[in-house]
Design a protein around this ligand. Structure first.
Ligand code: FAD
Ligand code: NAD
Length: 475
């Protein structure tokens, strides 16, 4: 017997579960199908983000950061904390408990908003029918007025270094190490490489990160990337640029890695190797041959600005479609899709999506880099302010980094903001809001910021754009 819903969502990561809840808020009947299984074989909602991405990585970053600070910073405050040790099993238990609470929370949210959460596989058939196969193998066909595809992404595997789930692992494997490997190789100095490399470096691993590109964080503002490279290297992360990994395999319990750099062929040996060279859209078993959905050459579901697939009534959101693979980008697309289905006007402002890398210090930006603005030909001005001149940062013993603002010369529009420093991931929200409201640099200059606060660095950087910084010499 088939069942009917206004909306069927396939995938309950941050794109899909948010789309489902928003659609239910519009009074629609909603089912959300999800097949995620954790390593214990149990189903959990929340997708990559909650089970194997954003949340567990931030839990480990927090624990390892506290351990690092206890060892390296406490003495400066006069706190004697010699002999501090870390219990990795307990750190992992805390992480697992946070993940369990949050994924269980989604099941609770579904119940409260009357979304029918279905554990199992979803497949899009023609005419907006969805075949649902439960974990027990029973199959049902659901009729939907609208379908939202939100099936996410999966790690890229290198043919030259296949995962063995023990020594050569993906990011999920690297979140679950039971002890700090003595030596850890990471392939890729992207967001995952830097975050997970930091975690294990802080708790005692010797970490070498091999990055094929010559430029560090090629997508970031050059000044920000330069500062980040210097600060992360100083923490002991051995980041080797222009180092393309050509082969890796396990022999005698160690990972042997070959890579090529400007000096020729190189070899290294590690206890564990994390492959973090990007993610690709996941759509395996999602489409019936005649469902009409088109994918591009990299496997992304093709959609327009409003996440419409071109098949009537079928939307796709999150990591399985173009754009940055970020949880908040996927969630906003989920909200947009549900609002459009409800007949409301909705859009996502793709120009104002913040990026955050949760290293220490944190790295965050929004809008255009100085290099992008320069290349666009638009006349611009910049202002920056170092955290070394911030009273709050000094009190926190976290003075590394700076805020840089790039603004238009003609109408003072804020074009990009780049922050490296304490709580950069929190600070960036102020400027995201400012840019969303099309604020000028002067608007930030004339906004009162609490004293002493880290946010004053944004205020001062805005003032510096017009050579009016008050707590730091101007250019
Ligand atoms: P996913 O979260 O991948 O969810 C898709 C869901 O769909 C999964 O549960 C999957 O099992 C299910 N599914 C797939 N196919 C089917 C099917 N046919 N039937 C039923 N179910 C199906 N992003 C950030 O913004 N901030 C961070 O700090 C951050 N940290 C990260 C750290 C790591 C280690 C990793 C790996 C990623 C991180 N990301 C972060 C990226 C973030 O996790 C993704 O951008 C986000 O999860 C994408 O959401 P999604 O809903 O599109 O897909
Ligand atoms: P990434 O695209 O950020 O970085 C991959 C890096 O690997 C690139 O710098 C690339 O040049 C390098 N690389 C590729 N092949 C290589 C080779 N053979 N040898 C050496 N280097 C090689 O990808 P990622 O770090 O795997 O992250 C995947 C996605 O997850 C990203 O899109 C990111 O947005 C998302 N994510 C976000 C956060 C966050 O928002 N804080 C955290 C983790 C992951």
């Amino acid at each position: 017997m088939s069942r009917s819903f206004d909306v069927v969502v396939i995938g309950a990561g941050p794109a899909g579960y948010i789309a489902a809840i928003r659609a239910a808020q519009h009074g629609m009947s909603v089912a959300c199908i999800d097949e995620w299984k954790n390593k214990d074989g149990k189903h959990a909602f929340g997708g990559t983000c909650l089970n194997a991405g954003c949340i567990p990585s931030k839990a480990l970053l927090e624990s390892s950061e506290l351990f690092h600070r206890a060892n390296h910073e406490f003495s400066k405050h006069g706190i004697n904390a010699s002999g501090v040790s870390i219990d990795i099993a307990k750190m992992q238990k805390r992480k697992a408990s946070i993940v369990r609470q949050l994924t269980g929370g989604i099941a609770g949210l579904f119940k409260a908003s009357k979304v029918e959460g279905l554990a199992g596989h979803g497949k899009l058939l023609r005419d907006r029918k969805v075949e649902f196969t439960s974990a027990m193998g029973e199959t049902k066909v659901l009729d939907a007025r609208y379908v939202i595809l939100a099936t996410g992404s999966t790690p890229v595997e290198l043919k030259i270094a296949p995962f063995d789930d023990d020594r050569i692992v993906d990011s999920w494997g690297a979140l679950d190490f039971e002890e700090a490997p003595k030596t850890l190789g990471v392939v890729g100095a992207g967001v995952i490489g830097l975050e997970l490399g930091s975690v294990w470096n802080r708790v005692g691993s010797e970490v070498v990160i091999l990055e094929a590109m010559d430029d560090f964080l090629f997508m970031a503002d050059r000044q920000l990337a330069k500062d980040a490279h210097r600060l992360l290297k100083a923490q002991g992360l051995d980041i080797r640029l222009g180092a393309a990994v050509t082969a890796a395999g396990v022999s005698k319990g160690k990972v042997q890695v070959e890579y090529k750099d400007k000096d020729g062929e190189q070899r290294m040996e590690f206890d564990k190797l994390v492959i973090a060279v990007g993610r690709r859209p996941f759509t395996r078993g999602l489409f019936a041959d005649d469902c009409g959905i088109k994918t591009d050459e990299r496997g992304f579901v093709i959609v327009d600005q409003e996440c419409r697939t071109g098949v009537k009534g079928v939307f796709a959101v999150g990591d399985c479609v173009r754009g940055p693979m970020l949880a908040h980008k996927g969630s906003e697309e989920g909200v947009m899709a549900a609002d459009l289905i409800a007949g409301e006007v909705a859009e996502v402002n793709y120009d104002v999506i913040p990026s955050v890398i949760y290293t220490s210090p944190e790295i965050a930006w929004v809008g255009k880099t100085e290099e992008e603005v320069k290349a666009s030909g638009r006349a611009y001005k910049t202002g920056s302010f170092p955290f070394a001149a911030s009273g709050r940062a000094k009190a926190m013993e976290q003075t590394d980094g700076m805020v840089k603002i790039v603004s238009a010369e003609d109408d003072d529009q804020i074009l990009g903001v780049h922050i490296i420093g304490p709580m950069a991931g929190e600070l960036i929200s102020e400027v995201v809001l400012a840019m969303e409201f099309q604020a000028s640099t002067e608007d930030i200059q004339r906004t009162i910021h609490a004293h002493p606060s880290l946010a004053e660095a944004i205020h001062e950087a805005a003032l510096a754009v017009d050579n009016r910084a008050l707590n730091y010499p101007n250019k």
